[in-house]
Design a protein around this ligand. Structure first.
Ligand code: PHE
Ligand code: ZN
Length: 861
């Protein structure tokens, strides 16, 4: 457990390390509870920086010895590491420490997962492996020797290229040895080591300059059949980065390892990516279309980090968005190219609104580049990642595609090998385009979601004027907001629905600004913020008829979808606030769109969706109402009923016309058909008691169909038998069992959610130390809006109990899950009091981790 006194670190206090490392040699003598790590490091002074003691990070290390130039040296143990008196000249450092992988349940540093060894070093895990300047601006070449005598670890991997491997089973006690060398200087957070009994799915890739790269996905024996899809995704990513960004891979081998115990999705360690098994293993029987799509995106994301993150890394952790925002942006571009661009864009915006908007509009709001933190692990957020990606999208919209390419080329040319900053990033755009990005930079420093209000004026001389006002509400630590540069993509349609002005980009730079469009014979209808060209809330006073017109005619697929979304949102809001019936404008418009066979099924499936209950709660709160979770739930169900009734004639056709036969393919086209058919099935099941779903369940030969059917049955309250059969069928497959756990909570009635969750925590497979399983249950609990906020507050208490239990074991995952409470101020006084009592209870735990205590205190505000 950590000491309680939290220290806050500030961007403005950045200072370089003071020494330069030429190379690092590490030897690992693996042992489950007593691994020895020997480090040999060549340091030389950075003669520009001479005013500080020689400090190396280190945490939970059992110190054995330290030598400088062959002589024992005294270490002074200070907070978070050691100091030593070293020569003011180049010297050789040699140290030995002992660590205990088996005891490492925090999954940071070197740990064990199913008796395999693996590491996680981002952000500050390397300091749990050996004494080292564990900061991203210290880059060095690593050579790693791994020895194992204690156990059978036939596979031993590290970063870079394998130089040597020896497995001697003829002599008892002879070690396995493997040696890896990484020619590319890297920060310690990109270090990785894996050892265990693993099997490989192998392939090769020929790069653009003809280099041959060996590719491997390493998994536990028994998972070999779940690697093929990931491998294809990897090869597509490698090709795409060459084609689109001109970036070639730079080592002889590229390895991916799947581990079952992992706090995050995946990690881009140089040449040795480590993945949460849920983000790489896939098969038609066990993975849904959604899983396949996500896996493809994450493999791409981690691969793309090789250039945006590894070759060019971050000077310090405040610059995290430099690698994450850009790499998310790149993986989103990749998905748009591999699949349908409009569907990808809508999905990204849905995720942004679901995860980033609540963060940016609540107590955890922080800039894309934060200026202070206590625990950097708490800043791997939707704001840094997803809003960080939106900022890059805006930059591209503002400078244009050609200039974007020019700037990126310059970025790679100028900063290859650097630990760079956001200033460096913006400078290449300024230099490549001659544009001043001073105001644009506010996107990195100002937190909160800007609200853009637009009004229209028409004058009979044929001029339409749009007036925009932008405003951002105060956020923690930022009372005053300055106007930002907001690119607003606008097109105009004439009353017949023909486009009379193609999309153009308006640049808002002031608090209030007008733009006129003249020469129109009839008043055109503007389509504003096409493609969601900026991560803002658009306030536009528009009646249902106008929205229905855009739903029928907008040529921009995002805004067309958005028109339907706004109609359903408004209908839900009036149902919640005034008990109004669902209006027919929306249902009629929806019907027309769904009937249109020229539209992509995946797109039509998105059209059938509706705002989530949590999103509605946020909107109500913004509009000055106190959200009542039970009313929101009732209205959401009523909306589904209204759709089921209004579309009753059409649903069976949608269902049957979109059945896919033959061998399962996870590609976008068949997946889109399944999405539409299953969306139809969900509505059909509201009326037929689950008959059709039961049929689908029986016939399903893939997880997409099986899980969709089971969901409908659970909603209909008739799935008990299938649920048991599902458990029986999949009890040996952890990833599928995660779904089994989640599903029951997600589809429980609000009043049964706590009971269901509690029952599942007593299930013998509720292995709560496994982050995936913990999230499958506790994540589902908090995602069930009406269940989590059910009166009485039992769910708050249950979640807090489990967070308290997990914290000493795994602070990082605990801290992340505290975000369930970030929206607490939206709700009524009794709920606020109940949540606040739970927050107090968590905060009062003795030895609470720094991770969790930072989160709780920020959420409390
Ligand atoms: N850098 C990883 C990614 O985005 C995320 C991660 C952060 C993983 C911290 C583990 C620990 O791609
Ligand atoms: Zn990343």
């Amino acid at each position: 457990m950590r000491d309680a006194a939290p220290t806050t670190i500030y961007l403005q206090d950045y200072k370089p390390f003071g020494w330069i490392i030429d190379d690092v040699h590490l030897t690992f003598r693996l042992h489950p509870t007593a691994t020895r790590v020997i480090s040999r490091i060549r340091f030389r002074p950075d003669y520009d920086v001479t005013d500080r003691p020689f400090f190396l990070h280190g945490e939970d290390l059992k110190h054995i010895s330290a030598k400088v130039d062959g002589h024992d040296i005294e270490l002074r143990h200070v907070d978070g590491g050691i100091e030593a008196d070293v020569p003011h000249a180049p010297f050789n450092w040699e140290a030995e420490v002992e660590i205990n992988p088996e005891a490492n349940t925090a999954l940071e540093g070197l740990y064990r997962s199913n008796s395999m060894y693996c590491t996680q070093c981002e952000a500050e895990g390397f300091r749990k492996i050996t004494w080292y300047p564990d900061r991203p601006d210290v880059m060095a070449q690593f050579t790693v020797r791994i020895e194992s005598t204690a156990e059978h670890t036939p596979v031993m991997l590290s970063n870079g290229n394998g130089l040597f491997y020896q497995q001697d089973q003829t002599q008892p006690g002879a070690p396995n040895v493997s040696i890896y060398q990484d020619p590319w200087p890297k920060p310690a957070y990109l270090f990785a080591l894996v050892a265990g009994d693993l099997v490989a799915h192998e392939d090769r890739f020929a790069t653009m300059s003809g280099k041959d790269v060996s590719l491997a996905i390493w998994v536990r024996p028994g998972d070999e059949h779940k690697c093929a899809f990931g491998m294809e995704a990897l090869k597509k990513s490698m090709k795409w980065d060459e084609d689109v960004y001109g970036r070639e891979y730079d080592l002889d081998e590229f390895n991916i390892v799947a581990v079952d115990d992992f706090n995050m999705g995946a990690m881009e360690n140089k040449g040795l990516n480590i993945f949460n098994s849920s983000c790489v293993l896939a098969s038609p029987e066990t993975s849904t279309d959604g899983n396949f799509e996500r896996i493809e995106a994450i493999i791409a994301h981690e691969y793309f980090h090789n250039w945006t993150g590894n070759r060019i890394t971050c000077r310090d952790w405040f610059q995290l968005c430099l690698k994450e925002g850009l790499t998310v942006y790149r993986d989103q571009q990749f998905t748009a190219d591999m699949r349908s661009a409009p569907v990808a864009r809508i999905s990204n915006v849905l995720a942004l609104r679901a995860r980033q908007f609540p963060e940016d509009q609540g107590p955890l709001s922080h800039p894309v580049r934060p200026e202070s933190f206590q625990e950097i692990n708490n800043f791997y957020t939707a704001t840094v990642y997803e809003k960080g990606a939106e900022v890059i999208g805006m930059l591209k919209t503002l400078v244009g595609d050609a200039n974007y390419s020019k700037a990126l080329d310059l970025y790679f040319e100028r900063h290859d090998g650097d630990a760079a900053t956001i200033e460096d990033w913006l400078q290449v755009f300024e230099d490549a385009t001659g544009r001043d990005l001073g105001q644009f930079k506010r996107w990195y420093s100002q937190s909160g979601t800007p609200k853009v209000t637009v009004s229209e004026a028409w004058s009979e001389d044929g001029t339409l004027t749009l007036t925009f006002r932008q405003e951002t509400a105060p956020t923690p630590g930022q009372e005053q907001k300055e106007p930002q540069v907001i690119p607003v993509n606008v097109g105009l349609l004439n009353p017949n629905g023909d486009e009379v002005m193609e999309t153009r980009t308006l640049e808002l730079t002031e608090a209030e600004q007008s733009f006129s469009f003249s020469g129109h014979s009839a008043r055109p209808v503007p389509s504003i913020l096409r493609g969601f060209s900026a991560p803002v809330i658009l306030e536009q006073n528009m009646d249902n008829a106008r929205r229905a017109f855009l739903l029928a005619h907008d040529t921009d697929p995002f805004n067309r979808w958005e028109a339907g979304r706004m109609l359903s949102r408004d209908a839900l809001m009036s149902a919640i606030i005034d008990g109004a019936a669902i209006n027919s404008d929306y249902l009629d418009g929806l019907k027309a769109v769904l009937r249109d066979d020229t539209l992509d099924p995946a797109y039509r499936a998105l059209m059938l969706g509706q705002p989530t209950q949590s999103e509605l709660a946020g909107l109500l709160h913004q509009a000055g109402h106190t959200p009542d979770p039970s009313r929101i739930h009732t209205a959401s169900e009523a909306m589904r009923d209204a759709k089921a009734t209004a579309l009753a004639d059409l649903l069976p056709t949608l269902y049957h016309d979109n059945q896919v036969s033959g061998t399962f393919s996870p590609e976008a086209e068949p997946a889109g058909k399944r999405a539409l058919a299953n969306a139809a099935l969900a509505l059909i099941s509201r009326g037929d008691g689950g008959t059709l779903a039961a049929e689908q369940y029986d016939q399903a030969d893939n997880m997409t169909q099986q899980l969709a059917a089971l969901s409908c049955l659970l909603d209909a309250g008739t799935g008990a038998q299938q649920l048991a059969a599902f458990e029986n069928q999949w009890s040996q497959d952890r990833l599928v069992m995660d779904k089994w756990f989640s599903l029951q909570i997600i589809h429980a009635n609000p009043e049964d959610v706590v009971e269901t969750t509690r029952r599942l925590t007593h299930h013998m497979d509720f292995d709560w130390k496994n982050p995936n399983r913990f999230r499958a249950v506790m994540g589902a609990l908090q995602m069930h809006h009406a269940g989590f906020h059910h009166e009485g507050g039992d769910a708050y208490e249950l979640l807090a109990d489990w967070l308290i239990r997990l914290d000493p074991v795994n602070p990082q995952t605990t801290a992340r899950m505290c975000t369930a409470f970030q929206t607490w101020r939206r709700y009524d006084a009794p709920r606020q009091e109940m949540i606040s009592a739970q927050l107090d209870r968590i905060a009062a735990q003795e030895g609470l981790s720094g991770d969790a205590s930072e989160m709780i205190s920020r959420i409390r505000g």
